[in-house]
Design a binder for this molecule. Structure first.
Ligand SMILES: Cc1cc2nc3c(=O)[nH]c(=O)nc-3n(C[C@H](O)[C@H](O)[C@H](O)COP(=O)(O)O)c2cc1C
Length: 188
């Protein structure tokens, strides 16, 4: 929880940069979470890269320590990954691999993916499995954006209004679930 008692949500992208399609999608979902009263944070890998897990010096990396402390302080997560060869990106998996039970167990997750081609659920399903292994709670609402090159206008908004509503509903569900999980964890 934030100091003011608001639910804290952290956005994680499986692409570098906030102007990547996943960066844009994540910012839309986080803005929706903010409208629902959440305090929002985003981890920008350009500003603070996370080393590959196990690379020399990675266990003592200052960015990793900061990332894990921020994750631990948050109540819920919105995660967005591009699909690469039918899987979540390696960047996304590496980010998940820096998280442990201690940081995310019992907390709510919302999942999104982007694809250059037609929509499928490969990346969403893989991330669902990954979060389950971290003992997180993935909400049923999820978003996949296909043909992603044409999906955003010049202002970074989704062209498809139904899809935009879907993102907003997902974010609302995430904030509600995160609040419920936070009160459950508090009472455990
Ligand atoms: C290495 C690589 C593999 C990709 N594999 C797929 C794929 O299997 N299916 C697909 O629909 N798009 C694929 N794409 C397209 C990406 O999904 C697309 O560029 C990405 O979702 C755009 O998001 P971004 O701007 O956040 O990177 C691939 C792109 C790259 C670079």
């Amino acid at each position: 929880m934030s100091e003011s008692g608001n639910i804290k949500i952290l956005g994680l992208s499986g692409s570098y940069g906030l102007t990547s399609k996943n960066g844009l999608l994540l910012q839309l979902a986080l803005a929706d979470a903010k409208s629902c009263g959440a305090e929002i944070h985003i981890w920008d890998l350009v500003e603070k890269p996370l080393p590959l897990v196990g690379a020399e010096g990675s266990w003592e990396d200052e960015n990793v320590k900061e990332f894990q402390a921020l994750a631990k302080s948050c109540d819920g997560f919105i995660v967005s990954s591009p699909e690469y060869h039918g899987c979540m990106s390696g960047v996304m998996k590496n980010t998940f691999d820096w998280l442990h039970f201690d940081h995310v167990s019992g907390k709510a997750f919302a999942l999104m993916s982007t694809l250059g081609g037609q929509i499928n659920s490969n990346t969403l399903n893989q991330m669902r499995i990954c979060v389950r292994w971290l003992h997180g709670w993935v909400i049923p609402e999820q978003v996949a954006v296909g043909k992603v090159k044409e999906a955003f206008d010049d202002d970074g908004n989704l062209v498809d209004e139904e899809l935009r509503t879907r993102v907003a509903k997902m974010a609302e569900s995430l904030v509600n679930t995160a609040a419920w999980r936070a009160s459950s964890v508090e009472n455990e």
